[in-house]
Design a protein around this ligand. Structure first.
Ligand code: HEM
Length: 143
């Protein structure tokens, strides 16, 4: 029973991680498009803002569940090691990134965004690099 529950929790953890990342990858892409909207194109701007708002509300509980299930694995099944500490620090940076996306969304909603689409293209790549590092850490457990 114990072994099966561990595998179920890990499966749910991966499910929530993948779902959260769908939002972490797509929301900044919407920001790229919002930063390229021509002045006066209110219909396009409003459509993109509606999508971004719904996506942010959808991906927030996914992030919370991904982390909660990870903590259940860590604290419930005695995982340990340097890899887990570095992984958790990287996950903390992802939570910061998620929160910062919320701030950027509010800037766009208030019409006070000052960043250009190139900035958002680089910003969009950060979760890709974090995911690469986390997956190698958790699968190889190098330290
Ligand atoms: C504080 C948050 C998190 C904690 C404490 C945590 C902890 C863990 C633990 C203890 C495992 C089991 C490792 C094993 O069975 O060998 C695990 C599996 C995994 N975690 Fe997390 N995790 C967290 C968040 C994340 C995030 C945000 C990602 C993706 C970026 C992630 C990706 C993975 C992957 C891919 C596995 C499966 C590894 C395997 O089956 O070998 N985790 N996690």
């Amino acid at each position: 029973m114990e072994g099966t529950l561990l595998l179920v929790v890990k499966a749910l953890h991966l499910w929530m991680v993948v779902s959260w990342f769908a939002g972490l990858f797509y929301l900044p892409r919407i920001f790229v498009n919002l930063a390229m909207v021509e002045p006066g194109s209110d219909a396009e701007r409003d459509r993109l803002l509606l999508m971004a708002g719904k996506l942010y509300r959808f991906m927030t509980p996914l992030g919370i569940l991904a982390v909660a299930l990870g903590l259940w694995l860590w604290l419930g099944y005695g995982f340990s090691g340097g890899w887990l500490h570095v992984k958790t620090a990287l996950v903390a940076s992802l939570l910061g990134y998620h929160w910062f996306c919320g701030r950027i969304l509010r800037d766009f909603q208030a019409g006070r965004n000052a960043r250009g689409h190139v900035w958002f293209r680089w910003f969009n790549e950060l979760p890709v690099l974090v995911l690469l590092a986390v997956v190698f850490l958790v699968v190889l457990k190098p330290f």
